[in-house]
Design a protein. Structure first.
Lengths: 615, 323
């Protein structure tokens, strides 16, 4: 990870034919940016010909804009977002992009003729040439014409509105209001009311498309510069891709096949899509009829000896909760991935939050503890998927892996791990069916260190047993309503989760000195901005990946600092957990606007704490 | 398999805890006998249930068993069957578990045609929660939660199965050993979802709700036992005829153009399901097609085998090297 100073901005480049109205759209976006109170710089880049031949490389007209939070002095080097209306625009702009950039493509511009004019032998949308980018392709031309057809424009006039359709989509993705652009249009086109209305209709249609398709812009707002990267082989990867590979890797390390059962939900669906393409890695996906069926099918697969994984977002996890309790009771391994989004209820499906921490740690009926881990970066999704599975199999328990909407979609450079150095994943040895004990007893012969039971699965001779959600006798597994037994089983379930702490790595300082006035403690996808803010202010930073149970040395690590600051994208949930578990009282910094932390905000808060410490 | 197994080999040491006289006892015996008769083995058999009186069933069968949560047994059984298609997976459910809280999963298991055997114990009442009306209760059923009589139109399990695209629907009476045996053997042999509605007598909360056709003294006149390819005859010289004018089934004299049972005919099956008297029993509809797990494996790019390592996938299509 880079130690470089960041530029907190987003560079957007619009590119198309000069007749596409690129310059007009770019300037409108600039206007809306200015009206939103953000600094910006623009860089029009268009051909000398007023109307160069369409679809050609030299006819590409572009407009680049740098949307910043702080002072912006240039239009930015590498675009974070490219809007390309045709293959030529894509081809000309592609060398400018950095890995992970977001590309928005107009499908209607990708005709065979335009592909040939741009010199493409194959459609870049169908091969791997865009694999290092996030690609959103939409039938912009068709959808735009549909939006403006009520206004009686000619086809070419109607087509001219598509820049506003696209602008509407971008405004949705960047959380901007439509009104400022509409009022500019209303003024500029006051003498052309039909065109004005059509442009506004297109703008709104593009915005509505973003909302309906639940598109979100997961664009990194600071840049990491390649010269500082440690040596190695890199690729661009989204958190969803990394987590999919991690799930498959866990299967390989455990030498078991993987069934991922899921129901479509934003922003969890990309994991389903990626895993659906990893069949060669011994993975299969099952799209269930609902969230409950998804988790139950995953439990069924685990009961059958496969690695059962399910994934969703907060509302779906709520539906799965009863079944997760069943897996706790039945002592079966299960991995549950929660791609968190804003809540409550349906909340903000496309916006990132970390507000399902209570749900993960505390949110079940009965005393039903389970391990909770959290991924920090897109690449970390790979490792934490393996870790979650390792814990699930070792302790025979469901494990919740927390990720979020930002991690799902954002693409980052990732240094490839040395996979052959990863430890195998194991569970308790199987018993000898002929050792004279009743079959039922074998199934509950737990390891006293991990409390994991043998993973006996249907089909194994001589080991038939019954399990279920009713309380069971601690030794025989038979149904038991005995009060002392329930006490013992409740304590056993708690001890099992506590025992996970014996196996996880100790908490370490990620950045800065080992002791001092201020430590910033983060968890989840806020890793990037917190790291940068700590770097800039010279304070220490630690990232929590194991949340339940906490690393055993966390309390002593925190005690070495005068003040612990916990920034999180919720209303203070980790702070509550830390108070609960460690009796500490960290300083809480919260943000629930659906937007990631800005480095500047974090720096200001840290500076204020430093002043207090100095006073 | 070494020795021939008997029904006793499918019994567990657990004390059976249904109410004395409950129809479930007869069903348990019939299932244990059927498992022995068809040559099943305890290790390759799994019973999955939801919640309710019927769902205690797995504890009493010496096989693998999983007593899950209310209504979700078909979903869990689907995952199990995908993980191990060689297993003989049975789902035991009740009218409330299967058709109320778990209606969605039942619908989707049927339309996918998951290779599981679903036994729905229908007693038209909630037993374990003490006698509330259920989704199969008749309109006007008086219960603690419907003192003035229930309002809801009952679900017809058979119409539900056919409507969901199911390929096997059978019926049996809990205490009818021959009928149960005939149906259970067919269930075991069926590929895809086999669904049996078992008329189960809840002696505590809904006693004799099916007595009008289950009473042995008059069974010959009230029960129509179907056999594929055989004429639909019952009672003393009675038979069933298709009425082409009303598109319904009529009771006629045995020598009067009686229908021959064609279990593959979904139209006649729907009429048989609705036939009030006599009540149609046995295999009303059977149309075997490939089951879900076989198709799931066949359509998987590698038949669900690991043919490559994650190491082959890590670099992605466009890696770059930093020196």
């Amino acid at each position: 990870m880079s130690k470089n100073k960041e530029i907190e901005s987003v560079v957007v480049r619009f590119a198309g034919d000069s007749g596409d109205g690129i310059q007009l759209m770019g300037s409108q976006f600039a206007v809306s940016t200015a009206l939103a109170g953000r600094d910006f710089a623009t860089f029009p880049d268009y051909p000398a010909e007023i109307r160069a031949p369409t679809g050609t490389l030299f006819g590409v007209s572009a407009y680049q804009i740098n949307l910043g939070e702080g002072p912006i002095t240039t239009a930015g080097d590498a675009p974070d977002v490219l809007v390309a209306f045709n293959p030529a625009a894509l081809k000309v702009s592609l060398p400018l992009l950095h890995p992970g950039s977001l590309i928005i493509l107009n499908n209607d511009g990708f005709t065979a003729r335009n592909l040939a004019k741009a010199g493409y032998d194959t459609d870049p949308r169908d091969d791997d040439s865009l694999a290092n980018f996030q690609v959103v392709s939409a039938d912009i031309g068709r959808l735009n014409l549909e939006a403006v057809k009520a206004y009686g424009l000619s086809k070419s006039e109607g087509d001219q509105c598509k820049n506003f359709w696209t602008l509407g989509l971008l405004l949705w993705m960047f959380n901007r209001k439509l009104e400022p652009v509409e009022s500019v249009l209303a003024h500029k086109l006051r003498n052309k009311p039909v065109l004005r209305d059509a442009d506004i209709a297109a703008l709104r249609a593009g915005h509505a498309y973003g909302e309906t398709a639940e598109l979100s812009a997961s664009v990194r707002r600071y840049h990491l510069h390649s010269p500082d990267w440690p040596p190695g082989t890199y690729r661009s990867i989204t958190g969803a891709e990394a987590l999919a590979l991690g799930v498959a890797a866990a299967g390989e390390l455990a030498d078991r096949k993987v069934l991922y059962a899921s129901y479509p939900i934003t922003p969890a669906s990309p994991l389903l899509h990626h895993l659906a393409r990893l069949g060669e890695l011994g993975v299969a996906t099952f799209q269930a009829e609902d969230e409950i069926a998804a988790v139950c099918a995953a439990i069924g697969a685990a009961y059958g000896g496969m690695i059962g994984v399910t994934g969703s977002s907060g509302p779906g996890i709520a539906l799965k909760t009863e079944a997760i309790g069943l897996a706790v009771s039945a002592e079966l391994p299960l991995v549950i991935v929660n791609w968190q989004r804003g809540g409550p209820s349906t909340g903000l499906p496309t916006k990132t939050e970390q507000s399902d921490l209570y749900q993960a740690v505390y949110g079940r009926n009965g005393d039903t503890p389970l391990p909770v881990v959290a991924a920090a970066t897109t690449g970390d999704c790979f490792d934490m998927a393996i870790e979650a599975t390792r814990i699930a199999l070792r302790h025979m328990t469901p494990v919740i892996l927390l990720a979020d909407g930002y991690l799902s979609n954002a693409a980052d450079p990732w240094r490839l791990p040395e996979f052959d150095r990863y430890a195998k994943i194991t569970s308790r040895d199987l018993p000898d069916a002929d050792d004279g004990r009743p079959a039922q007893v074998h199934a509950f012969d737990r390891d006293p260190a991990t409390w994991g039971r043998p993973w006996i699965t249907p089909g194994m001779p001589g080991l038939m047993h019954r399990i279920g959600g009713l309380e069971k006798d601690i030794a025989t597994g038979h149904i038991s309503y005995d009060p002392a037994n329930h006490q013992a089983m409740t304590e056993l379930r708690a001890a099992k989760v506590e025992s996970v702490a014996d196996y996880i790595p100790p908490q370490t300082i990620e950045l800065g000195p080992d002791s001092g006035d201020i430590l910033v403690l983060g968890w989840g996808s806020t890793y990037g901005p917190i790291y940068q803010a700590a770097l800039r202010t010279g304070v220490s930073f630690t990232q929590l990946r194991y949340i339940n149970p906490l690393p055993k040395n966390l309390a002593s690590l925190l005690a070495r600092f005068g003040t612990v600051l916990v920034p999180e994208m919720n209303n203070g949930q980790l702070v509550t957990v830390l108070r609960d578990r460690l009796g500490v009282d960290p300083v809480s910094m919260t943000k629930v606007s659906g937007q990631p932390f800005l480095i500047r905000e974090l720096v200001e808060r840290i500076q204020a704490l430093k002043s207090e410490a100095a006073a | 398999m070494n020795a021939v197994l008997t029904p006793k080999d499918f019994a567990t040491s657990q004390e059976v805890r249904w109410c004395p006289g409950c129809g479930d006892y007869a069903i348990l015996k019939a299932v244990q006998k059927a498992l022995a008769d068809v040559g099943a083995t305890p290790e390759s058999t799994a019973f999955i249930s939801g919640i309710g009186c019927a769902s205690r069933f797995p504890y009493y069968v010496n096989s693998y068993g999983f007593h899950t949560i209310h209504g979700r047994a078909p979903a869990l059984a689907t995952g199990l069957k995908l993980a191990n298609p060689d297993l003989d997976v049975w789902v035991v459910t009740g009218d409330g578990d299967g058709l109320s809280i778990g209606g969605n999963h039942l619908l989707h298991a049927l339309r996918r045609n998951v290779d599981i055997n679903i036994l729905l114990f229908n007693n038209e009442i909630y037993g374990l929660t003490k006698g509330q009306y259920s989704p199969t209760s008749r309109v006007g059923t008086r219960s603690p939660s419907s003192p003035a009589g229930s309002l809801d139109t009952p679900v017809s399990p058979g119409q539900f199965v056919l409507g969901a695209g199911g390929h096997f629907f059978a019926r049996a009476i809990d205490t009818d050993k021959a009928g149960m045996s005939h149906v259970l053997e067919a269930v075991h042999a069926h590929t895809g979802t086999a669904f049996v509605e078992i008329f189960q007598n809840c002696i505590v909360y809904n006693e004799n709700v099916f007595a009008d056709f289950t009473d042995r003294r008059n069974a010959a006149n009230t029960q129509l036992h179907l056999r594929h390819g055989e004429p639909m005859l019952f009672g003393d010289g009675k038979g069933i005829r298709f009425n082409p004018t009303t598109y319904s089934l009529d009771v006629v004299d045995a020598d009067d153009d009686v229908l021959v049972h064609d279990e593959t005919n979904a139209v006649i099956a729907r009429l048989l399901i609705d036939l009030k008297m006599p009540v149609a029993l046995g295999i009303l509809f059977r149309q075997p097609v490939a089951g879900y797990s076989a198709r799931f494996y066949a359509e998987h790019p590698t038949r669900f085998e690991r043919t490559k390592s994650v190491a082959d996938y890590l670099a992605g299509p466009n890696p770059w090297v930093v020196e």
